[in-house]
Design a binder for this molecule. Sequence first.
Ligand code: HEC
Length: 141
Amino acid sequence: MSAKSGGKAALFLSLFFLSLPARSGEAQADIDLDTAEAQFARSCGTCHTTDPDEPPRQGPHLHGVYGREAGRVGGFAYSEALKAKASEGLVWTEATLQPWITSADAFIPGTTMLYRQGNPEKRALIIAYLRSLSDKRAKAD
Ligand code: HEC
């Protein structure tokens, strides 16, 4: 084995271990992902799939939406309100999904997503589920 490929392996390993504490140390560690997925299906599943290959429902698919810029699903007719907010650089993270699913219309007045979730535990489950999908995607890349 050359020194060069050894160096690559060491870099890969240290990146791998660096990524571990970031995940396990967060609040989502005590969230059961099956419960989170079921909550997502109940609260959001009528209007959103997480499979980009399925036909869109009332809303765009949410595959990889956590950590991504808003308004990026090709072919989906977003509202002017959401497009305007997206062009200001809106990214979907914990900080933006919280107010969005608490009251979509208060966060982006004029949006076509008519949804409110007042229960913080349900919001935490839903956001953890979306986040877990983006984590899986990052691992597969
Ligand atoms: C009644 C249907 C409906 C429900 C229920 C619903 N949504 Fe939506 N959602 C929409 C529509 C319609 C849009 C597009 C909004 C726009 O363009 O203004 C949207 C957009 C979004 C976006 C922006 C996606 C992007 O590509 O920028 C996110 C994130 C989102 N919804 C998350 C959720 C979550 C999480 C839930 C459950 C807590 C949920 N939605 C429940 C209809 C719904």
